[in-house]
Design a protein around this ligand. Structure first.
Ligand code: PLP
Length: 362
């Protein structure tokens, strides 16, 4: 098999999605499965739908288009505010988009009229994380305008926390979102189908809060794919954290001094701190680098330690049992490493549903 490659266990992704869908259903919350960290993988999207997510969301309209072409037929939500320059594409391929600018909604309305479609809009509310969202005080005015646009259906409101400033979803900000939904409904005499409380960072709140209020949707990526909540990156009880494995091939394996020699200046990626002198050590180079992955987000297998990475080389301290040239090393990935590996044209993907042994025992 070619390297580098991502080995993707669809059975583990299915288990994670299904478990979260069931746990959240008990709280009256449905799940929008977010595929952006997989470059809009149709295989992953289909698995999420089989596991019970109600729809698929992605941050790039190109990914949504690709999933559509591959036959994924669920409702698709564009979760990043559409670019004005892509409004036509957004209306053509996504049923819903998350929005925070009237100029964008106006353009979506024009595109919807031209294409004789209705486009659903979820208005994003700023609740403190300072990424996307309408300030709560401006929400009434934006809703009033949104309701006037032909071809636009106001589907609901949402918020996104923990992405820009690390603000945690909690009872206070979630109650504020619920109250805004209720107040908009009475002010405008409308019903809001969707009150989308946030992303994987909302899970602690969703499982712990005495009352989830009006929140009836979460948009989940990381928790499903990596089995962790993003606030502290703790594994979520009962989920797999190893659905993805990155495999790279050894291209050099030698014993070398542990300290560099010569006049030391910057490296290609800034300064490299010198470690202690440990005499001669086994150093291995793997054919993978910053073009393919965020090296800081890789977890090496026991006995190996990552020393550094440049564009195309990952240098590893191989301890006492250095792998031979041509052999393969498998790494676990965090979100940042997964995102990069999934979007590198040099990293191939192999989808599996577990080994024969797993199938026999499960
Ligand atoms: C990325 C993203 C999500 C999903 O976040 P995870 O932490 O991966 O669950 C949800 N909503 C928006 C707006 C996003 O950008």
């Amino acid at each position: 098999m070619s390297a580098p490659r991502l080995e993707i266990r669809l059975d583990r992704i299915h288990h994670n999605a299904r478990t979260l869908v069931q746990r959240l259903a008990a709280r009256g919350i449905s799940v929008t499965g977010i595929t952006k960290a997989t470059l809009g993988s149709p295989e992953v999207a289909s698995e999420l739908l089989r596991a019970g997510v109600t729809s698929i969301g992605d941050s790039r309209i190109e990914n949504i288009e690709a999933m559509r072409l591959a036959g994924v037929s669920s409702t698709m939500t564009l979760i990043r505010s559409p670019m004005l320059s892509q409004a036509d594409q957004v209306v053509a391929h996504a049923e819903v988009s998350l929005n925070s600018e009237l100029d964008v909604i106006a353009r979506l309305s024009t595109a919807a009229a031209e294409q004789q479609r209705t486009h659903g809009v979820v208005l994003m509310v700023e609740l403190g994380d300072l990424r996307e969202g309408i300030l709560p005080g401006d929400l009434d005015a934006v809703v009033r305008q949104t309701l006037r646009f032909p071809g636009i259906a106001l589907r609901g409101i949402g918020t996104n926390l923990a992405c820009q400033s690390g603000v945690a979803p909690d009872e206070r900000n979630m109650a504020e979102l619920s109250a805004l939904a209720t107040s908009l409904e009475s002010t405008f005499g409308i019903g809001l189908d969707v009150v989308s409380g946030g992303n994987s960072a909302n899970l602690d709140w969703a499982f712990g809060a005495p009352d989830v209020g009006r929140i009836n949707d979460l948009r989940l990526g990381e928790a499903i794919l990596l089995g962790r909540e993003p606030l502290q990156r703790r594994p979520i009880d009962g989920l797999h954290t190893d659905a993805f494995t990155l495999v790279a091939e050894v291209i050099e394996s030698k014993t070398k001094p542990s300290l560099a020699w010569g006049a030391i200046h910057q490296t290609a990626f800034g300064r490299q701190s010198a470690g202690p002198d440990r005499g001669d050590t086994a150093r291995v180079i793997l054919a993978i680098g910053r073009q393919d992955v965020d090296p800081a987000g890789l977890e090496a297998p026991a006995g190996l330690a990552i020393l550094g990475a440049s564009s195309d080389h990952l240098v590893v301290d191989a301890g006492r049992f250095p792998p031979a040239v041509g052999s393969e090393v498998a790494f676990q990935l965090n979100y940042s490493a997964l995102l990069a590996a999934m979007t590198s044209p040099f990293v191939s993907r192999v989808f599996t549903r577990g080994s024969c042994d797993d199938e026999r025992t499960s």
